[in-house]
Design a protein around this ligand. Structure first.
Ligand SMILES: Nc1ncnc2c1ncn2[C@@H]1O[C@H](COP(=O)(O)OP(=O)(O)OP(=O)(O)O)[C@@H](O)[C@H]1O
Length: 233
C-alpha cells in the first residue's frame, strides 16, 4: 500500500533562543514508507521529530498528517501518530500491563485485538512474566521494550521512532526490525532515526539526511551507501 502521501512537511523553520535550528525543511512521506532520518550529532533530527509531533513550536511552514494541518486541528493530528522515544517515558505507579492499557485505550484499540497484540508482543520481545511488574523493577532494556510495545499496539498511521536499537538485545532488535517491516506492509508510515546505519539500511525504503538543520540529501535507501561516509557517527 504505497504512493498515497501521509505526511507533508512544507518549508518548516524552527528557532530556539533566537537561533534558526531548522531551515527549509520540506519533504513528504507516503503511506507505508519507512524513512530513515540520519545525520551527525546535533544535525537536527530530534528537533525535527519534535516539530512533526507538535512538541516543538515551528516559526514557519505547515505540517499535515492525512491532510490534517497541525495548526488547524492538533488533537485530530496528534491522534494519528505514535512515538517511541530513545529514553523510555514510563509511569512509576503503573504496571507494564497498565501501560499497554493506557495506550490501547487512548488509541481506541478494540479489546480483543488489544489482548492478541499484547500476547504477541510480550512473546516477541521476551517480556513474559513481567506484565504485573512496575517499571522500577525492570532493567533498562525491559523498560525500553515496554515503551516500544505500548506504541506498537496502536494503529496510528505514523510511527515515529528515535534510536530504538541501542540497549535492545539482539533477538529483540531483530524482532523490532521485522515488526517495522510488517507495519509498513499494513500501510503504516515509519520515520526512524538511528546511528546504527547498517541496521536501518536493511529495512528502510528511503532516507533524509540532515546537516546543520537542513536537508542536504534525500532519496532511496540504496543510494545511501555511496555517501554515508559523510555522516556516520
Ligand atoms: N532546547 C534547545 N535550545 C537551544 N538549542 C537546542 C535545543 N535543543 C536542541 N538544540 C540545538 O539544536 C541542534 C539540533 O539538535 P538535535 O537534538 O535535534 O540533534 P540530533 O540530530 O538529534 O543529535 P543527536 O544525534 O546527538 O541526538 C543542536 O545544535 C542543538 O544544540
Amino acid at each position: 500500500m504505497k504512493n498515497n502521501t501521509l505526511l507533508e512537511v512544507g518549508n518548516v523553520e524552527v528557532s530556539l533562543n533566537n537561533e534558526k535550528i531548522i531551515r527549509n525543511l520540506h519533504f513528504t512521506l507516503d503511506q507505508g514508507e519507512i524513512c530513515a532520518l540520519v545525520g551527525h550529532n546535533g544535525a537536527g533530527k530530534t528537533v525535527t521529530m519534535k516539530t512533526i509531533m507538535g512538541i516543538q513550536e515551528k516559526s514557519q511552514g505547515d505540517i499535515k498528517l492525512n491532510s490534517v494541518s497541525i495548526d488547524a486541528d492538533y488533537l485530530q493530528y496528534k491522534s494519528q501518530y505514535s512515538y517511541i522515544p530513545e529514553e523510555p517515558i514510563l509511569f512509576t505507579e503503573l504496571t507494564v500491563l497498565q501501560h499497554f492499557q493506557l495506550y490501547g485505550t487512548s488509541y481506541k484499540v478494540p479489546e480483543n485485538v488489544f489482548e492478541e497484540r499484547v500476547n504477541y508482543y510480550v512473546n516477541g520481545f521476551e517480556l513474559n512474566g513481567k506484565l504485573h511488574e512496575f517499571p522500577d523493577g525492570l532493567s533498562k532494556g525491559m523498560r525500553q521494550k515496554v515503551n516500544i510495545i505500548s506504541n506498537l499496539i496502536t494503529d496510528a498511521p505514523l510511527l515515529i521512532i528515535d534510536e530504538p536499537f541501542i540497549g535492545l538485545d539482539e533477538n529483540s532488535a531483530y524482532f523490532l526490525e521485522k515488526e517495522i517491516k510488517r507495519k509498513s506492509q499494513q500501510g503504516i508510515t515509519i520515520l526512524i532515526t538511528s546511528h546504527v546505519i547498517e541496521r536501518v539500511k536493511k529495512f528502510c525504503d528511503s532516507y533524509i539526511m540532515l546537516k546543520n538543520g537542513e536537508i542536504i540529501n534525500k532519496g532511496q535507501i540504496d543510494n545511501l551507501s555511496q555517501i554515508e561516509r559523510r555522516f556516520t557517527t
